[in-house]
Structures are given as structure tokens and as C-alpha cells.
Design a protein around this ligand. Structure first.
Ligand code: ADP
Ligand code: MG
Length: 748
């Protein structure tokens, strides 16, 4: 006999009456109800809270025995290897400090090739030999750990060798506490020592630049012992209300809108850039800045960006490794803080069509231990010759490796910026501005024999115009240039907003290090032949200016004329991301990366595999989400509206006679047909897209697969989108369930 179970119906208390079951309207209502959340402030003065949660040198002095400290500082400054004894002593102090700051757990914090950061938390909690519970943290776990490398992309390195990977402490970037955990910045390498992350090659590239640049800087000043790479990033991002975000499966799953009719008003009035920051956004920024400052991230600048709901954040520049860590850190911090404010932060390069996308401008410069910025005009002619030397070498490096630099910023997400309808173009060129252009032209045409007069004070007149007067005009800006000189630094503007800065910076560093090394060889050879040092420098610089003219372009980078011109100049004009990635494997790239010790050929190959795979996976996900969205959200809304129209048309005859009804129905009939045409095109398109995706998925070779997604899946998605966006225009607004661009972009 079967038992009958009688359920007691539970009375559900309705908290608020749903007035409309259209999820879009619900989301809009919720978004409009979100108030600015102002957190209770104690003392938030930047100078007071700065680095509060960082294990800085001052804190080390408090927590680590002084005899150990000297050795620790020495190895931090000079990249020496850490001994076990020191590691143990440091670990004891670090644990104490972290626990005093509320930490119960620790984690190695590293940057795998996924582009994000990774952490695995372990508690300090343990048992001692007598079984007594204690808090424990030893030098060996500070020093090195073994996360399961097989769960991170390795591009084949782990298949050829061993699955094991190690994370190892990077003492040049300080540990910090977030919430209940002590985070220890680490590199992440395979069993064989090959890099599985961004930090390892970045550190190598910084060392390579140091070595090569010191050699060249010594022509001008023997006291230069160290050259530091500096990085100041500018992070662009969008904010969107969390309820609107949740109602858009595409934003939720891919970080960008895969469809959406452009809003009638977007950025054409230029009324957002530098405008008043909306209150709710300001509350978010304030909390973000406070948290960032506590973590030692020297945030300084904030403003509205060009597109509606787009913003920017920039710190004071730092040593490049630290700067890069801080950018990774702030990206996760932004996501956390955004949650408190019922926002989602969109770091995707192109969340919306029709308005600007987001970049991450990487401002890059080189500074000496003597306090000189090598890429800024100096106070006297001698320093200016040094400036010109470094400037021209950077130009030469960017010229020789313009394809590699483009590869370093190419990704499925950044592809929507590169060479698409907006900045930056998919051609790397350097903007110099009119004054510097003029100065270089003068040097190029100067007669070395007549031009150089060296007076007793070892000051040098260049005879090529007034170089000491190079006071570069900062207003001379060009937003269309992917790589611009901006007075005292280079601004690599083509980097994507979601990227790890290290990818671009390590490529630039490697190119510059290789170039400076070659430059020194050439100058030394001339000196050996009896040429005076300044004349030798001059000779090589003059030749370089001529040789790398092709990379210099101050005009409009978006114009079609530039594309033609750039091709004539022999610059890399490829726009296809999987093919751009090939540049990493060219002979000159392999040579540059291995001669500088930044990446070995097998590391480069593995990185390309990861990049291709990543490209395919991103598109695979986009295409799947898009298919669902179109079939489950767009078509049902369109069909519902069509049905309403059909009923109305049919019922007209009940009121009007046949001919009259026919005439009156004309517009609606047209609309019914229009909807039908778009709907059929969409269904056929989705069918085709699915087949093409399956075909691509079955390709084993990563490069071929990425190409198949690029060549076949992307165009059909674009095609379908056109029909979807048209439907959005025609279908009754009341029936449309997905938040529209105007809501996503303007509600805040
Ligand atoms: P803009 O948008 O006008 O370029 P921002 O103030 O938004 O200027 O950003 C400039 C960025 O450049 C900041 O991150 C700043 O720290 C950085 N920066 C300034 N000088 C240097 C330098 N010498 N080397 C590296 N970065 C620098
Ligand atoms: Mg800026």
C-alpha cells in the first residue's frame, strides 16, 4: 500500500506585491532604489592609513630581530637568494604581525596565466609535538609551496615535464593582510623552473633592463649603479548596478553585452568625461581608495571617463613589479568593494557597443639610483644627450618589435578595441609631439663634425638647436596613439583593461634591454676604433633616428589613410588576434626573449598555446551564452509581440469592413513580417553558429582552433547580433526582458 503524504500548504507571506513580472522592470526598480552607501569614517587621512595592512620595512623592524634584518634588506635590494635560516626568522615575525592584524590564514598569492590572481588559504592553526593546538607558520612555507600546477594553464609545459609547480616568495613585493589572510606575493614556476606565471618573466625583464641600461647610463655618469623600471597604470572600468547586471546573462557570464541596441544618447555630448562623479559612485570610490591605501596602493587620481558609467583610477607610479602587483590587487579589490555598493565592476575591454571601451594605460619610465629619469629631458645638454639616447633606443626597440608588443596586448577581449571601431588601432606606432619631432630631425641632420662642441666644463653644445630647452609641452597629446611619449614617460595605451600589466611591460622591457645592449656594443666598437665617446654616441643615434622613422607617427591613428601608410612602412598591420600571437614565435622575438633571459623558446611556445586556448574558450563561452540568450529571451519576446499584433490584425475585421481593415492593418502587417524575417534569420544564424562552434571545438591544434573561432564563429555572431538589435527596436518595450543599453549605461 502506498503511503499518502499530505503536504500542509505553507503560506508564503508576500513582502511586496510584484507589480510586473518582467525581470527587466524589476531590475530597474531595484537599481533605482539603491542609495549611496557611505561608510562610517574614522581617520581616513591617506598619510595615516597608507600601508596599514602591509608588512613594510618599518613593520619588519618592529617584528624581526635586527641581526636578521640587515641580511633580509640586503637580499631584497640586491635580488640575492634567501637562506632557510633567514626565512624561518622572517616567518616568525611575519606571522606575529599578521596575527596582530587579524589574520588567521596565510596564502601564497600568485599570478597564473589565467590573467587573474590565485590563492589557496591555509590556517596558521596546527598541533605541536604534544598535540597542543597552536598557531604555526614556518620559513619553509613562507619560502616555497606546491600548489597543484595541473589546474592552471601551462601551455604544454606540464605535459612535457611534470605536473608539479612551485610558488616561491618574491621578497621584492611586500606581504599584506586582506581580511583574515596573510598574502605573500610569489612567483609560480614548473618543476623545471620554467615560468607558469606573469611575475617570473616580469622580474627577469626588470633585471635585464637594469643590466643593459646601467651600461648605457654609465656613458654619462659612472655613479649609476642601478636602473629601475617604473610603472604607473591608469585603470579604466565601468560600473553597472548589480540588479541590472544580474538580469543580463551575457554580462554575468562573459563580462560584456553580446547584444543591445545602441542607446539614442550615449557619449556624443561628451558630457561625462571629467564630469561630476555621481554620489553613489563616489561612495564606492571612497571606500575603494581607503582599502587600496591600507594595502599600500598609492591611489591618487579618479575621474569620469568618456563613456557613460565609465571611470578611471590611477596611482602614483611605482617600481614596475610592485606596480604590477598592485594593479592585480586593485582589480580584485574593485570587485569586492563594488559588491558592498550594489554595483558590479566591468573590467572587460568592451562591455558595450557604440561607446568607448576600457584600457589600462601603462606609463613606463626608467630611473637611476642617482635620481635621474632617463626618459625625461634633463637640466643640461649632457643630460639631454642622455635623454635623447634613451628615447631613440626605445623608439628603435618598439620599431623592431612592434609585432611582439602588439602580441603582448592582444586577446579575445581586447580585440574589440584593437583595430575595431576605436582606439587604439591594431598598429603599434609612437607619438612624439611636435617639439620632440623637431629636435630629432635636427639631430638627424646635424653634422657631427661641426655640431659638437665640448667645453671645459664637459658641457656639450649639440649645435642642433637648443636641446637644453626641451621643455616638453604636455598638452601635445594624441589619444589615437597606442604608444605615446608624454613628457617624462612613455604611455603604452593599447593594453587592455582586464589584462595583467606584466604581459605588456615585460615585452617592452625585453625589447628595450636587447636594444640598449646592442646600442652599447655599437658605441663601444666605435670608441675602440678611436672615436671620441660623444661622437660615437652621436653617430649611432643619428643612424637610429633614420632607421626607425617608420615607427614614429603623430597623425590620426584611426584613419584609413594611416592603415595604408603603415603597411607601406612595413609595420605589422594584422588585426586577427590568433595571428598576432604568432609574432611571439618569430625569429627576432625568440632571439630577443632568450638573449635577455626573459623567456625561453619553450616558455614562449607555451604562452602562445595558452593565449590561443584562452581566445577559443572565451569565444566558445560567448557563443554559447549568446545562443541561449537569443533563443530563450529575445525570440520569446518577439513572438509574444508578434502574436499580439496578429490578434489585433485579425480582430480589426470585427469593427471595420474588410477593405478598410486591410488598409488600417498595413503598418502592423509590415511589422509582423519584419519580426518574422529577423526571427527566421536569427534561428538560421544560431543553427549555423552552433555547427561552426562544434567544428571549431573539435580542432585539436590550439592555433587552428583559435583561427576557426576567429574566422567562422565571430562573423556569424556579429551577423546575428544585427538582427537581435533590430528586433529590440521594433518589439514592444513592455515585453522586452533584458535591460537595455540606456538602463545599463545611465542608471547609477
Ligand atoms: P593622464 O590621464 O593625463 O595620462 P593620469 O594622471 O590619469 O594622467 O595618469 C598618469 C599616470 O602616469 C599615473 O599613474 C602616474 O603615476 C604615471 N606617471 C607619472 N609620471 C610617471 C613616470 N615618470 N613614470 C611612470 N609613470 C608615471
Ligand atoms: Mg588618465
Amino acid at each position: 500500500m502506498r503511503l499518502k503524504i499530505q503536504f500542509n500548504p505553507i503560506k508564503i507571506k508576500k513582502r511586496h506585491k510584484m507589480t510586473n513580472n518582467n525581470i527587466r522592470f524589476e531590475a530597474v526598480k531595484m537599481a533605482l532604489n539603491h542609495e549611496p552607501i557611505v561608510t562610517n569614517k574614522t581617520n581616513t587621512r591617506a598619510s595615516v592609513i597608507f600601508a596599514q595592512n602591509v608588512f613594510t620595512r618599518e613593520k619588519m623592524q618592529e617584528y624581526i630581530a635586527s641581526n636578521i634584518l640587515d641580511e633580509l634588506f640586503e637580499l631584497m635590494d640586491n635580488e640575492k637568494t634567501l637562506s632557510r635560516d633567514i626565512a624561518n626568522s622572517v616567518a616568525i615575525g611575519m606571522k606575529k604581525w599578521a596575527m596582530d592584524h587579524g589574520a588567521t590564514h596565510y596564502t601564497h598569492w600568485f599570478q597564473p596565466l589565467t590573467g587573474g590572481t590565485a590563492e589557496k588559504h591555509d590556517a596558521f592553526f596546527d598541533f605541536d609535538a604534544n598535540g597542543k593546538p597552536i598557531e604555526k607558520f614556518s620559513g619553509s612555507v613562507l619560502y616555497q609551496q606546491e600548489p597543484d600546477a595541473s589546474s592552471f594553464p601551462s601551455g604544454g609545459i606540464r605535459n612535457t615535464f611534470e605536473a608539479r609547480g612551485y610558488s616561491a616568495w618574491d621578497p621584492s613585493s611586500p606581504a599584506f593582510v586582506i581580511g583574515d589572510r596573510l598574502c605573500i606575493p610569489t612567483i609560480f614556476v614548473a618543476y623545471t623552473g620554467e615560468a607558469l606565471d606573469y611575475k617570473t618573466p616580469l622580474l627577469r625583464s626588470i633585471a635585464a633592463v637594469n643590466k643593459a641600461a646601467v651600461g648605457v647610463a654609465n656613458y654619462f655618469d659612472r655613479n649609476v649603479k642601478r636602473v629601475t623600471t617604473y610603472l604607473g597604470w591608469e585603470q579604466e572600468y565601468f560600473l553597472v548596478d548589480e540588479s541590472l547586471f544580474a538580469a543580463r546573462p551575457d554580462l554575468l557570464m562573459t563580462g560584456r553585452t553580446l547584444m543591445g541596441h545602441y542607446s539614442s544618447k550615449n557619449q556624443q555630448l561628451d558630457d561625462h568625461y571629467f564630469g561630476i562623479i555621481p554620489e553613489r559612485v563616489l561612495a564606492f570610490m571612497t571606500e575603494l581608495e581607503e582599502e587600496a591605501l591600507k594595502l599600500g596602493i598609492p591611489v591618487k587620481t579618479r575621474h569620469n571617463e568618456v563613456a557613460p558609467n565609465q571611470f578611471e583610477l590611477a596611482p602614483i607610479y611605482e617600481e614596475a613589479n610592485l606596480g604590477s602587483d598592485h594593479n592585480q590587487l586593485i582589480m580584485s579589490l574593485m570587485e569586492q568593494v563594488a559588491h558592498h555598493h550594489h554595483f558590479r565592476v566591468l573590467l572587460h575591454e568592451k562591455p558595450y557597443g557604440g561607446v568607448n571601451g576600457s584600457g589600462k594605460h601603462c606609463n613606463w619610465s626608467l630611473g637611476t639610483n642617482t635620481g635621474v629619469n632617463l626618459v625625461a629631458p634633463g637640466k643640461n645638454p649632457y643630460q639631454n644627450l642622455q635623454f635623447v639616447t634613451f628615447l631613440v633606443n626605445v623608439l628603435k626597440a618598439v620599431h623592431r618589435h612592434n609585432g611582439v608588443l602588439k602580441a603582448s596586448i592582444a586577446s579575445a577581449t581586447n580585440a574589440h578595441r584593437l583595430g575595431a571601431n576605436e582606439a587604439p588601432p591594431a598598429i603599434i606606432s609612437v607619438f612624439l609631439g611636435s617639439q620632440l619631432t623637431e629636435a630629432l630631425a635636427q639631430i638627424e641632420n646635424a653634422d657631427v663634425d661641426k655640431g659638437i662642441i665640448i667645453n671645459a666644463k664637459k658641457e656639450m653644445k649639440l649645435g642642433v638647436g637648443n636641446i637644453p630647452e626641451i621643455l616638453l609641452d604636455n598638452t601635445d597629446r594624441n589619444r589615437t596613439s597606442p604608444f605615446a611619449f608624454t613628457g617624462n614617460r612613455f604611455e603604452f595605451r593599447a593594453v587592455g583593461s582586464s589584462a595583467n600589466c606584466a604581459g605588456a611591460v615585460l615585452a617592452l622591457n625585453a625589447a628595450v634591454a636587447e636594444q640598449l645592449t646592442m646600442f652599447k656594443q655599437e658605441v663601444d666598437a666605435l670608441i675602440e676604433q678611436g672615436e671620441a665617446k660623444e661622437r660615437a654616441l652621436f653617430h649611432v643615434i643619428k643612424r637610429y633616428i633614420k632607421e626607425c622613422q617608420a615607427i614614429h607617427f603623430d597623425g590620426n591613428g584611426y584613419s584609413d589613410a594611416w592603415k595604408e601608410e603603415a603597411a607601406k612602412r612595413g609595420l605589422d598591420c594584422e588585426t586577427n588576434v590568433p595571428k598576432i600571437i604568432d609574432n611571439y614565435l618569430s625569429d627576432s622575438s625568440l632571439k630577443m626573449f632568450s638573449s635577455t633571459g626573459v623567456l625561453s623558446p619553450s616558455e614562449l611556445e607555451s604562452r602562445c598555446e595558452v593565449k590561443w586556448e584562452n581566445y577559443s574558450l572565451k569565444l566558445q563561452i560567448e557563443s554559447r551564452v549568446f545562443g541561449d540568450l537569443v533563443i530563450n529571451h529575445v525570440l520569446p519576446a518577439a513572438k509574444r509581440y508578434q502574436k499580439m499584433l496578429l490578434e489585433k490584425v485579425a480582430n480589426m475585421k470585427m469593427v471595420f469592413d474588410a477593405d478598410e481593415a486591410k488598409a488600417l492593418n498595413e503598418q502592423d502587417c509590415l511589422l509582423i513580417r519584419r519580426i518574422e524575417a529577423h526571427a527566421s534569420a536569427i534561428i538560421a544564424g544560431v543553427d549555423k553558429m552552433t555547427k561552426l562552434r562544434v567544428t571549431a571545438n573539435h580542432i585539436d591544434n590550439q592555433r587552428e582552433r583559435a583561427l576557426s573561432f576567429h574566422d567562422n564563429v565571430v562573423p556569424i555572431m556579429e551577423d546575428i547580433r544585427k538582427h537581435v538589435d533590430e528586433l529590440e527596436m521594433w518589439v514592444d518595450d513592455q515585453l522586452w526582458t533584458l535591460p537595455k543599453y540606456r538602463e545599463l549605461l545611465f542608471i547609477r
